[in-house]
Design a binder for this molecule. Structure first.
Ligand SMILES: Cc1ncc(COP(=O)(O)O)c(C=O)c1O
Length: 424
C-alpha cells in the first residue's frame, strides 16, 4: 500500500486501520532482528580468514627487523609501503598505530587538548573549543567531542560534501573553532563523496585558528559497492597552499578484514607527523608488528587489496540492493520517506516526515527490530527535525534483511499516518 502525506478523510482512516492490523500481526511474530550497527556479516569476515591461516614466511622484515620483538615505532616498512601505494600518501608521512583508527582519533584530540599543536595553546587552557560537525555524521566522533567538552556546530551535508560557504565564514572569523570531522568518501551515514571543489576549499580556506585541524577519517576510502567514486588526494591539494599540516588523515583495515583486529594509521604533513611521532614514542615502544606483517602477507600489493574489496563489495551490494529495492517499491511514489543513494561504504541514510524518526525507531523496537537510535547521527543526539535514521544492512543475513525491511517500511508508514491523523 502506498500513500502520501496529503492523505485525508475516509482514506486516511482506512489506511490507518489497515496499518494498525499489519503492525499487530508483525508484533505477534516475536521477531528478533538488528539493523543497528555497521558490523560485517560472518561471510564477509570469512573472506579474510587467510590472515589467520597463511604462514608468515619470514618474520625478519625487509629492513632486517625481527617483527616478533620490540623495535620500529611507526610501523613496518612493508605495511607502510602498501598503504602508501594504495592511498597515494608519502610513506614518510604515515605512522601505523594499533587496531583502531577511532582510538588514534581520540588520542589525537587528547594530544592537542593536553599539549597543543605545533606550539599553539593547548585546548584545555582555552575557554572554548569548537568543532564543525557535518550532519548527519558518525556518532562516535561526536561522543569524543562531548567527552572533551568541545562545542559542536552542525554543518549541513550537501550532495557533494559539507556546506562550504558556511564553513569558510565560520572558520575565518572564529579562532575557537579548532577542527572539523570529515568522512570524505562514502560518509557515515549519508554515503556522500566530497567533490574536488569541496576538498580544494577545505585545503585552501583561511582559518582564524592557526591550529585548525581537518580530521580526515577516510574509513571507507576504498569501500566501493556500485560504480567507483573518486576522491581528490587531500595532501596533493594542500601542497598547493602549504597546508599539509592542517590535515590528520586516518584509515584502518577494520572494514576490510576484521573490525577491531586490523591495522590503523595516521598521516599528516611533515611537521605535524614529526610531532605526533615524538609523542607516540612516549606512549609506546611500538604497535603490533605481527599483525602488520600478517596484514601485509595477506594483501601483498594494492591490487591484492582491491581484489579483496571487490569480493567484499559484491556481498554488500546484495544487501544494499535488498534495502534500496524495497525502499523504491514502498516509497518510490510517495513523500513519506526519502533516502540517500550511496555508491559505497556501509550505510543508507533515510529521512522520514519531520517528527517521525524517533517514533519509527520506537515502533520497530516494539516489534523486534533494532535500529540505530534516531538522532544518533547528530551532535548531542539531537536531530533538529527528527527525520534521519541510519540503516546498516551488512550484518543480518539476506533473509533476515528482507524481513527487517518489511517491518521497517510498515513502521515508517504507521508513524507517518499517526502523525497525519493527529494533525488532521
Ligand atoms: C567513519 C568511521 N570512522 C572510524 C570507524 C572505526 O574504525 P576503527 O575500527 O578503525 O576504529 C568507523 C566504524 O564504523 C567509522 O564508520
Amino acid at each position: 500500500m502506498t500513500f502520501s502525506s496529503d492523505i485525508k478523510g475516509e482514506e486516511l482512516e482506512s489506511v490507518k486501520s489497515q496499518l494498525d492490523a499489519e503492525y499487530e500481526a508483525i508484533k505477534n511474530k516475536k521477531l528478533s532482528l538488528d539493523m543497528s550497527r555497521g558490523k560485517p556479516a560472518a561471510e564477509q569476515l570469512d573472506l579474510s580468514n587467510g590472515i589467520l591461516t597463511l604462514p608468515i614466511h619470514n618474520y625478519i622484515n625487509c629492513e632486517g627487523i625481527d617483527v616478533r620483538n620490540y623495535g620500529i615505532l611507526d610501523g613496518i616498512k612493508e605495511c607502510k609501503h602498501l598503504f602508501s601505494q594504495l592511498l597515494n600518501i608519502k610513506e614518510s608521512n604515515i605512522i601505523i598505530g594499533g587496531n583502531s583508527s577511532l582510538n588514534i582519533i581520540y588520542d589525537s584530540i587528547a594530544r592537542y587538548y593536553i599539549f597543543g599543536k605545533l606550539g599553539s595553546t593547548p585546548w584545555c587552557r582555552l575557554d572554548k573549543v569548537k568543532f564543525l560537525c557535518p550532519v548527519p555524521g558518525y556518532d562516535r566522533h561526536f561522543a569524543i567531542c562531548e567527552e572533551f567538552g568541545i562545542d559542536m556546530i552542525n554543518i549541513p551535508m550537501k550532495a557533494d560534501g559539507p556546506d562550504m560557504d558556511m564553513i569558510e565564514e565560520l572558520v575565518k572569523n572564529d579562532a575557537s573553532i579548532k577542527g572539523i570531522f570529515c568522512v570524505p568518501l562514502y560518509s557515515n551515514p549519508t554515503g556522500t563523496c566530497y567533490s574536488d571543489q569541496v576538498v580544494e576549499r577545505l585545503a585552501g580556506m583561511e582559518t582564524a585558528a592557526e591550529d585548525f585541524t581537518i580530521f580526515w577519517d577516510n574509513a571507507y576510502g576504498i569501500h566501493h559497492i556500485y560504480e567507483e567514486e573518486k576522491l581528490a588526494n587531500i595532501f596533493d591539494v594542500c601542497a598547493k597552499y602549504g597546508t599539509e599540516d592542517r590535515v590528520l588523515y586516518f584509515f584502518s583495515t577494520s572494514k576490510m578484514t576484521f573490525p577491531g583486529s586490523g591495522v590503523a594509521f595516521i598521516a599528516s604533513g611533515d611537521k605535524a607527523i614529526a610531532e605526533i611521532r615524538k609523542r607516540f614514542s612516549i606512549q609506546t615502544i611500538g604497535y603490533n608488528k605481527i599483525n602488520q606483517m600478517r596484514t601485509y602477507c595477506f594483501f601483498k600489493t594494492p591490487e591484492g587489496v582491491r581484489e579483496h574489496m571487490k569480493a567484499l563489495g559484491k556481498l554488500l551490494r546484495e544487501k544494499f540492493d535488498i534495502v534500496l529495492d524495497k525502499l523504491n517499491s514502498e516509497f518510490g511514489n510517495s513523500d513519506l520517506l526519502t533516502w540517500d543513494h550511496p555508491k559505497g561504504g556501509y550505510f543508507i541514510s533515510v529521512y522520514t516526515l519531520p517528527g517521525c524518526a524517533k517514533e519509527t525507531v520506537r515502533l520497530a523496537k516494539e516489534c523486534g527490530l533494532i535500529l540505530t537510535d534516531a538522532g544518533s547521527a547528530y551532535p548531542y543526539h539531537n536531530d533538529p527535525e527528527d527525520r534521519n535514521i541510519r540503516i546498516a544492512p551488512s550484518y543480518p543475513t539476506n533473509e533476515d534483511l528482507k524481513k527487517a525491511m518489511e517491518v521497517f517500511c510498515i513502521c515508517v508508514k504507521l508513524a507517518a499516518v499517526n502523525k497525519i491523523a493527529k494533525e488532521n
